[in-house]
Design a protein. Structure first.
Lengths: 397, 266
C-alpha cells in the first residue's frame, strides 16, 4: 500500500491557504471573542466550492475525492478551528447522510443549497442521556396521519441553529424491534418547523465561532417522506458515515498542529532570554522538535486513511484496494492519534510562548482552548481505543 | 466571441528578488506566479463569458515567457479560461516592451486565425516591471482602438461601455469591438480556482509556440535588440534611521518645515 498527496491536491491546498489567510485569519480572534458565527464567510467558502468537494456535479458539487476535503478542512483549521469544524460538520454530518441515504427528491430539495454553502444542515444524534451510548436515544417519532410527530431533545448539535440552517436530521425511536430493542430511524426536520426549537447557543471552552445548540422537539410534525433512508436503520446509517467523519476530524487536528508548529518555530526564533533566542535552548527547542514529529505522524496517518477511503471508491492509484475493515481501523487510529497529538501540541506551543501563551493576544491561546474538543466529538478517545482494540480481535466490551 | 487575456508570469513580489549578471531579473531562482494585476483581467474575461447567456464565448489565456510561465496559463485555466497559448523561445529572453508587444501581437494574430479575436484584455501593469505600456503598444501593432484603466465593463453585442478611472476624472467610454482593453485592480476581486477548476484545467488545450511559429525574426527581439540597456542594478540600500527632531525650545515646527523644504516636499 502506498500513497502520496498529488500535485493537484497541493495546488488546491495553496488556493485554500491563500483564501484562509486573506478571508478568515484576520478576523478569527474577533469572532472568537464575540462568539460570532460569520455567515458571510460560510457563503464565501461555498463560492470556493468547499462544501461541494465530494458532492456529485449534478448537484453543483466538484465530484472530487475525500482527500481534497481533508486538505480543505486542514487549511481552514490551520487559521481557525471554528470555521474548520463548521466545514467538517456541514459536509460530514449535514450533507453526507442526505447524499448517501436520501431519495432523489430529498437530494434535490436540500443538497443544491447545502453544496453551494447557501445553507447548512446539522445531524442530531447526541442527547442528554445518549452520547457514546447513542443507542440509548429517547427522542421519539410517531407516525400519525401521514406525519411524523417528534418529541424529545438533542444536545451539542453543530450548525443546527444558525440563521442559514435549513434542516437538521435527528435520530429518533420509531418503534420497537422484535428483540425488544428500540427501532431507531433518521427524520429530517426543516428549520422553522413548529415545535422544533434550537435553544440558546452554548457557552463553550473553545470553537466559539462555531454554531452549537441544544434542540428540543415538542410535537414537531413533518410529512412522512421526511424519513431519511430506511426506517429502523437510522443508527446504522449514522455509523456508516462516522468513519469518514473521524478522518475529517483528524485533518482538523493536523491543521491545529501545523498552526502550533508554525507559531512555535517563529516565536522560538524571535524571543530572546539570557541574551539568545529561546530556540537556542535545548530544553525549549526539543519540545518544538517533538511537535514536528507529532505533526508528521498525524499527517501521515490522516492522509493514509483518506487515501484508503478514495482507493476503496476507485479514485486513487497506488496499490491494492484496502478492505472496509482496514479503513475503519485506519480512521480510528488517525482520529485517536492526531487529536491527542493536537492537545499535547497546543500545550507545547503555549509553553513556548510563556506568559503570552496565556494571553488572548496571541492565537496560540485560542488553539489551546479549541483543541480539547477534538478528543471528544465524533467519538471520544476512549471510544476510538475501544474500536481499535476490537479491530484487533480483542473481546472488549 | 473570442477573448484573449494576456497573463504574465512574474517573480513573487513577496520573495527575495535578484538580478542576473546581465541585469535582467533572475526568473529561475525566484518562485513565480501569475501577475496579480492580470488576475483582474482574467476575472473580467470570465465575467463577460458568464454574462453572455446563450452566446459562445471562448477565453484564451496568452503568455509570453520562459518554460515556467506555463504556470500563469495554468492558473488562468484553473480559474476558468477555456484554452491557453504559451509563447516561449530562448531568443525572447531580455526583450523590452517594444519586442514583447511585437511577439504578443503576432501571437494574438495567430490566435485569430481560428476565429476573429473580439477583445484583448490585459491588466493595468505587471507587478514586476510596472511599465503599463504594453496594452497601448499592442493596440498600435494590432491596429485596434485601445481603452486603458477600465474598472467597469458592460457589453451588448459588439458595443462596450467602459468606466475609465483616471487620476483626475472618471470617464465613460463607448467603443465598438474589437479593442484592446486594460483593467484596473478596482474592476472586481479575482476569483479563486475551485477544486473542480484545478481538475478541469488539466484537460484544457494549451498550445506552445516558438518565434518561428509566429513568423517573428529572432534578431528583432531579446536582450540584444532592446532599445534600452541596463548598465547597473543595485539593491536599494538598507533604510537608515530617520532624523529625530526633539522640540525643547519651541523650534520644532520650524525644524520640520525646514526638513520638508530641504527634501522639496513643500
Ligand atoms: C462542540 C461539540 C459539538 C458537537 N456536535 C455534535 C453534532 O453535531 N451532532 C451530534 O450528534 N453530537 C455532537 N456532539 C456530541 C459528541 O459527539 C458527544 O459529546 C460525544 O460523542 C461524547 O458523548 P457524551 O458527551 O454523551 O459523553 P459520554 O458518552 O457521557 O462520555 C463521558 C466519558 O465516558 C467515556 N465513556 C463513555 N462510554 C465509554 C465506554 N464504553 N468505555 C470507556 N469509556 C467510555 C467517554 O469517552 C467520556 O470520556 C458535539 C459535542 C461537542 C462538544
Amino acid at each position: 500500500m502506498s500513497f502520496e498527496i498529488s500535485e493537484d491536491h497541493e495546488q488546491f491546498r495553496r488556493v485554500v491557504r491563500d483564501f484562509a489567510e486573506k478571508t478568515i485569519a484576520p478576523h478569527a480572534a474577533q469572532w472568537d471573542r464575540d462568539h460570532h458565527f460569520p455567515v458571510d464567510v460560510v457563503h464565501q467558502m461555498g463560492d470556493l466550492g468547499l462544501f461541494g468537494l465530494t458532492a456529485p456535479e449534478e448537484l453543483g458539487g466538484a465530484d472530487g475525492d475525500f482527500t481534497s476535503l481533508c486538505v480543505a478542512i486542514e487549511e481552514i483549521g490551520r487559521v481557525d478551528q471554528s470555521m474548520g469544524i463548521t466545514l467538517e460538520a456541514a459536509v460530514g454530518l449535514g450533507i453526507n447522510p442526505i447524499q448517501t441515504f436520501g431519495t432523489p427528491e430529498q437530494q434535490q430539495t436540500w443538497l443544491p443549497d447545502l453544496v453551494a454553502g447557501r445553507t447548512l444542515a446539522g445531524f442530531g444524534l447526541t442527547e442528554p442521556g445518549a452520547g457514546s451510548d447513542a443507542g440509548a436515544t429517547r427522542t421519539r417519532a410517531e407516525l400519525r396521519d401521514g406525519e411524523w410527530v417528534v418529541n424529545g431533545a438533542k444536545q451539542f448539535i453543530t450548525n443546527s441553529g444558525s440563521e442559514i440552517t435549513s434542516v437538521v436530521t435527528v435520530t429518533a425511536r420509531t418503534g420497537e424491534r422484535p428483540d425488544g430493542r428500540p427501532e431507531l430511524s433518521a427524520i429530517m426536520l426543516p428549520s422553522g418547523t413548529p415545535g422544533f426549537t434550537a435553544e440558546k447557543a452554548y457557552d463553550k471552552l473553545g470553537w466559539h465561532a462555531s454554531d452549537t445548540h441544544p434542540l428540543s422537539f415538542s410535537d414537531a410534525r413533518v410529512p412522512e417522506d421526511h424519513l431519511l433512508g430506511e426506517r429502523g436503520r437510522g443508527y446504522a446509517q449514522f455509523l456508516a458515515t462516522l468513519d469518514d467523519g473521524r478522518v475529517a476530524i483528524a485533518a482538523l487536528a493536523v491543521g491545529c498542529l501545523q498552526a502550533c508548529l508554525d507559531m512555535s518555530v517563529q516565536y522560538a526564533g524571535e524571543r530572546t532570554t539570557f541574551g539568545v533566542p529561546i530556540g537556542r535552548k535545548q530544553g525549549l527547542a526539543f519540545q518544538v522538535a517533538d511537535l514536528e514529529v507529532m505533526l508528521a505522524a498525524s499527517r501521515q496517518l490522516t492522509y493514509r486513511a483518506a487515501w484508503m477511503r478514495d482507493a476503496m471508491a476507485g479514485r486513487a492509484g497506488g496499490g491494492s484496494t484496502p478492505s472496509m475493515q482496514d479503513f475503519k481501523q485506519a480512521a480510528a487510529v488517525a482520529k485517536l492519534y492526531a487529536t491527542e497529538a493536537a492537545v499535547t501540541g497546543t500545550r507545547i506551543a503555549t509553553q513556548v510562548f510563556g506568559g503570552y501563551g496565556f494571553m488572548e493576544e496571541y492565537p496560540v491561546t485560542r488553539f489551546y482552548r479549541d483543541a480539547k474538543v477534538l478528543e471528544i466529538g465524533e467519538g471520544t478517545s476512549e471510544v476510538q481505543r475501544m474500536l481499535i482494540a476490537r479491530g484487533l480481535g480483542l473481546p472488549v466490551e | 466571441m473570442k477573448i484573449v487575456v494576456l497573463v504574465k508570469y512574474v517573480p513573487d513580489a513577496t520573495a527575495d528578488r535578484q538580478f542576473e549578471s546581465d541585469h535582467t531579473v533572475d526568473r529561475a531562482g525566484v518562485p513565480g506566479l501569475l501577475s496579480e494585476l492580470d488576475e483582474y483581467a482574467v476575472e473580467q474575461a470570465l465575467q463577460l463569458k458568464e454574462k453572455a447567456e446563450g452566446e459562445d464565448v471562448e477565453v484564451v489565456a496568452l503568455t509570453v515567457g520562459p518554460e515556467a510561465a506555463a504556470e500563469a496559463v495554468k492558473k488562468a485555466l484553473q480559474m476558468g479560461a477555456d484554452s491557453g497559448v504559451h509563447v516561449t523561445d530562448e531568443a525572447i529572453a531580455g526583450s523590452d516592451y517594444l519586442a514583447t508587444s511585437q511577439v504578443l501581437a503576432a501571437a494574438v494574430r495567430k490566435v485569430g486565425e481560428s476565429g476573429a479575436v473580439d477583445l484583448v484584455l490585459c491588466g493595468m501593469a505587471s507587478t514586476d516591471a510596472s511599465g503599463s505600456v504594453v496594452p497601448a503598444m499592442l493596440a498600435e501593432r494590432l491596429d485596434l482602438p485601445q481603452v486603458t484603466l477600465g474598472s467597469v465593463i458592460e457589453r451588448q453585442g459588439d458595443q462596450v461601455r467602459i468606466k475609465r478611472d483616471g487620476d483626475t476624472s472618471t470617464e465613460v467610454i463607448g467603443a465598438t469591438l474589437p479593442i484592446v482593453l486594460s483593467v484596473t485592480d478596482q474592476s472586481g476581486e479575482a476569483r479563486y480556482p475551485s477544486f473542480k477548476g484545478i481538475m478541469a484545467a488539466k484537460k484544457k488545450p494549451v498550445e506552445t509556440w516558438s518565434l518561428a511559429d509566429l513568423g517573428v525574426d529572432a534578431g528583432e527581439v531579446g536582450l540584444d535588440a532592446a532599445w534600452s540597456k541596463v548598465e547597473a542594478a543595485e539593491a536599494r540600500p538598507p533604510r537608515t534611521q530617520g532624523e529625530i527632531v526633539t522640540d525643547e525650545d519651541g523650534s520644532g515646527a520650524t525644524a520640520l518645515v525646514d526638513f520638508l523644504a530641504s527634501k522639496k516636499f513643500i
